[in-house]
Write a protein that binds this ligand. Structure first.
Ligand code: NAP
Length: 191
């Protein structure tokens, strides 16, 4: 059965981007772990990204996150997977991905059946940002948070969630320590 997963990285003080939507703290990160045992880095060989991404059938993203990807990456990184972009605006699409990228202006609950169906039985990756993640949590549609904590402090920025999480505390289901000093925390939101 498909799971709805918010997979992202945040600073240790809970920001997924700096106040100007910058990710230098993540892309330029160069830390390490000094304990006994650790896995490879989350984005590297043997890390958590590849096995996570293999199980993703479709993605959903807010427009700010989408525009960051378009402005900073040379190639569309999610080729072959339907990607739903939430926006009230008419956004551009990279050449060749006119069908895979679907721009919609609707509450997440209204399009959920259609979005899940496009995942073909695999998982739905809520790419972010905090605005969209909160809409999924508020609608009771978010199953898991897979959070890579990066040991830097920004003091200000774009929050992991834009709103308080409804319900009780999340349930910790697993952790992974990486050799670069990041830690992945896995939480379940649904009881
Ligand atoms: N560290 C990480 O792993 C990570 C992951 C993801 C994102 N990020 C960063 O987080 C930042 C963005 O997060 P954010 O929370 O500010 O923004 P966001 O969730 O990416 O985008 C929010 C925008 O999407 C549109 N939107 C959202 N829901 C909608 C709906 N239901 N219907 C129609 N339009 C809707 C609205 O803009 P319009 O209607 O004006 O288009 C809204 O202002 C970016 O800097 C991004 O790079 C970091």
């Amino acid at each position: 059965m498909s799971k709805v997963q918010y997979y992202c990285a945040a600073t240790i003080d809970g920001f997924i981007a700096d106040p100007n939507d910058g990710l230098d703290w993540l892309l330029g990160y160069d830390g390490h772990y000094e304990g006994d045992e650790a896995d490879a880095g989350p984005m590297g060989e043997g890390g958590s990204y590849e096995p996570f991404y293999e199980k993703v059938g479709a993605l959903v993203s807010g427009s700010t996150t989408y525009e960051w990807v378009l402005d900073h990456l040379e190639e569309w990184p999610y080729a072959g997977k339907p990607c739903w972009i939430l926006s009230s605006r008419d956004l551009r699409k990279p050449d060749g991905y006119e069908d895979e990228i679907r721009i919609v202006n609707a509450p997440v609950g209204e399009i959920h059946d259609q979005v899940l169906e496009s995942a073909g039985g695999r998982n739905l990756w809520v790419l972010g940002g905090g605005n969209v993640a909160s809409q999924y949590a508020d609608a009771g549609l978010l199953d898991e948070l897979l959070l890579t904590v990066v040991p830097v402090v920004l003091g200000a920025g774009k929050p992991l969630f834009a709103e308080p999480l409804p319900g009780g505390p999340m349930v910790l289901t697993g952790t992974t320590t990486f050799r670069n000093g990041m830690v992945e925390l896995r939480y379940s939101l649904q009881s």
